[in-house]
Design a protein around this ligand. Structure first.
Ligand code: VG1
Ligand code: CO
Length: 543
């Protein structure tokens, strides 16, 4: 085995977005593309000799070969040990859990999350730091800077490692341990939740369908829900991870998890439905005939948190991303704890959790989690709901309705305009930005504007400041319109429009969400000349 120094030239555009570097597989397959980015990570880390790293991915196409390349580069950089998931598989929350449990220096996650996979799909790579969470902005920016000045990378010519066999091998001086990707994670879940109560629930005939969407969560859900909690075999569907996710979008929302939604709205619906995404950090919660909005799910978990053993002493605080509905804020007020508003992306929650300021975090994009790790956690949210259902003995619908009766309902929806022309999207945002001062004094179709700004986040822990995190127009009655450009897409630009309206009166909790938000949607379109400027008649996805 020899370590080679390979000459290379920088690639443009290797700047990590909301969650790591995401590109088409074909872009990653260019000679040196992956190697350059990994080299930039190692250069950013500084002295990597003797450190322990965790490595795993969501099993999508290119995962295995990327793992072998990264192992050979880690060995060349003198890394002491790499913990790698069997088959190269490890969900994003499990990577976070393993980093923390084994005191690793950091980890590399290979995933493009909810983006489609396969030879013509997407691939992604993300670095996580010592606390188990996504690298903060200053590290991702340093990685990007390093990608722009690279002249060479280091790699060993060692042969491929057998990823199927558990146990330890060596490459150069580096130890490689292939671990069961589920074990540490499952053990953590069993400590957080009342598994006896959930087992009793299933033993009493409670029925559930978990859609693994042929993504990474299948093996985790099988082992925990069917294995440890005794749900009947077949409770987990689409459980085998496939390199192309069976040709589907592994995105757990009512549009992409259509099979599960159809089941949950049918006469033979089970009591509970759930799904997770490509890398296992997102979740969708569905009851019989009712899909729970992610923002509501966060609020409901917060309001009922103490039923779970891991949260028995109460929560320290809540954080939500800015576009996420304010339903959680109302729960925080009732509990007498703080609610923080952060930019989109899980990396902004890490400081708040490390400082002990918050326990629960959530995003409208089907992401919920807590300080048990430093990533959002799909299966965790599903188990939390199971624990709540077991403790309350009520249906999902009863729990949601009772929550609305107590706190009011935040009608909420996100409209995505995908793969639009990037120049048009940026011009639309720039035009809006230029009008913010004027908008802040407006009355729009009967709604008085209380605030119009481009969201700036001041991190209360490390005092860092990030700007341009989304344009928001907040009305005096609390209704909100938010515009953002996605930072995870790989084609053109994706415009996200977020709409929220609060309704306290239980007699008005039964409107169709889109109808309830239609006047706000019309205002949003008019103010931004949205459809006109991006040349689209309607959103590509509504969640
Ligand atoms: C999207 C979501 C954001 C989430 C991010 C990563 O980002 O809106 O809430 O944190 O995906 O999720 P964007 O920039 O496209 O809006 V995942 O499950 O793809 O890691
Ligand atoms: Co994900």
């Amino acid at each position: 085995m020899t370590i080679h120094t390979v000459a290379t030239n920088p690639f443009a555009g290797q700047r990590p977005g909301t969650s790591g570097l995401r590109k088409k597989v074909t872009e990653f397959q260019q000679l040196g593309y992956l190697e350059n980015f990994v080299e930039a990570i190692f250069e950013t880390l500084g002295d990597t000799r003797g450190i322990t790293l965790v490595l795993g991915g969501d099993g999508r196409f290119f995962n295995r070969s990327a793992i072998q390349t990264i192992l050979r580069m880690a060995a060349a950089h003198g890394v002491g040990k790499v913990l790698v998931g069997r088959g190269g598989i490890m969900s994003t929350p499990a990577v976070s859990c393993v980093i923390r449990k084994h005191g690793a220096f950091g980890g590399i996650v290979l995933s493009a999350s909810h983006n489609p996979g396969g030879p013509h799909g997407d691939f992604g790579i993300k670095y996580n730091v010592e606390n188990g969470g996504p690298a903060p902005e200053k590290i991702t920016e340093a990685i990007y800077t390093n990608t722009q000045t690279l002249t060479r990378y280091l790699i060993s010519d060692a042969p491929p490692v057998d990823l199927e066999r558990l146990g330890t091998t060596r490459m150069e001086q580096m130890e490689i341990e292939v671990i069961d990707p589920v074990a540490d994670y499952a053990e953590l879940m069993a400590r957080l939740f009342d598994f006896d109560a959930i087992r009793a629930l299933f033993a009493g005939g409670f029925t559930m369908c978990f859609d693994g969407m042929h993504a990474v969560c299948g093996p985790y859900a099988k082992a925990i829900i069917e294995g440890m909690l005794g749900a009947p075999a077949g409770t987990v569907i689409n459980a085998v991870p496939l390199e192309d996710f069976g040709g589907h979008h592994p995105d757990p929302n009512p549009v992409n998890a259509a099979e599960l939604i159809a089941l949950m709205y049918s006469a033979g619906a089970p009591d509970f439905g759930a799904a997770s995404d490509g890398d296992g950090d997102r979740n969708m919660i569905v009851g019989r005939g009712i899909a729970v909005t992610p923002s509501d799910s966060l609020a409901i978990i917060a309001a009922n948190a103490t039923v779970a053993p891991g949260y028995r002493d109460g929560i320290k605080g809540i954080a939500r991303s800015m576009p996420t509905s304010t339903a959680a804020d109302r729960v925080a007020t009732a509990l007498g704890v703080n609610c923080f508003e952060t930019p989109t992306g899980w990396k902004y929650f890490g400081n708040l959790m490390d400082a002990g300021l918050v326990t629960l975090c959530g995003e409208e994009s089907y992401g919920t989690g807590s300080d048990h790790i430093r990533e959002k956690d799909g299966l965790w949210a599903v188990l939390f709901w199971l624990n709540i259902l077991a403790a309350k003995g009520k249906t999902v619908e009863q729990i949601v309705r009772e929550h609305w009766t107590r706190f009011g309902r935040n009608y909420y929806s996100r409209h995505d305009y995908e793969a639009v022309d990037a120049g048009d999207a940026q011009a639309m945002m720039a035009a809006l930005r230029a009008r913010l001062q004027e908008l802040a004094r407006c009355t729009l179709a009967g709604h008085r504007v209380a605030l119009a700004d481009d969201f700036i986040y001041h991190d209360p822990v490390d005092k860092s400041v990030v700007s341009h995190q989304g344009i928001r127009i907040v009305m005096t009655d609390g209704s909100r319109i938010v515009y953002r450009l996605s930072g995870t897409g790989t084609e053109g630009a994706t415009v996200r429009l977020y709409l929220e309206r609060y309704e306290a009166d239980p007699a008005r909790h039964d409107f169709d969400t889109q109808e309830a938000l239609s006047s706000l949607a019309a205002i949003a379109d008019a103010v931004a000349e949205l459809r006109l400027r991006i040349g689209r008649e309607r959103p590509s996805v509504i969640t």
